[in-house]
Ligand binder design. Structure first.
Ligand code: FES
Length: 114
């Protein structure tokens, strides 16, 4: 059912704009996987908060509306390449209908701390 999906934009490491279908209730790492996006090193720990490879940067208006990160997410973000004040881990962002047309920017590089 197409009502269960929204469109979001992901900007990959090469600054390519990708229109992705995002399933409501899934997380943004699942969205990257479901859309078979080839983003080098992304999602190395499969959403277990043991890496920072799923780092994405949001626009500040959108960032403010997200629930606060848990402590484990903040700890991992501290290790992320190119951390910004509006950085989150994609595997912790649950897709909601209101995220239609949001833009998720994948930083140019990745630190895999495992
Ligand atoms: Fe490792 Fe998100 S995939 S923390």
């Amino acid at each position: 059912n197409s009502n269960n999906y929204i469109n979001v934009t992901i900007i990959d490491r090469d600054e390519k704009l990708i229109n992705a279908k995002a399933k409501i209730g899934s997380n943004m790492l699942d969205v990257v996987l479901d859309n078979k996006l080839d983003i080098d090193g992304f999602g190395a720990c499969e959403g277990t908060l043991a890496c920072s490879t799923c780092h994405v940067v949001l626009d500040s208006e959108n960032y403010k509306t997200l629930p606060e990160p848990v402590e484990e997410e903040n700890d991992m973000l501290d290790l992320a390449f190119g951390l910004t004040p509006t950085s989150r881990l994609a595997c912790q962002i649950i897709v909601e209908p209101r995220m239609k047309d949001w833009i998720f920017v994948v930083p140019k590089d990745v630190n895999d701390q495992r």
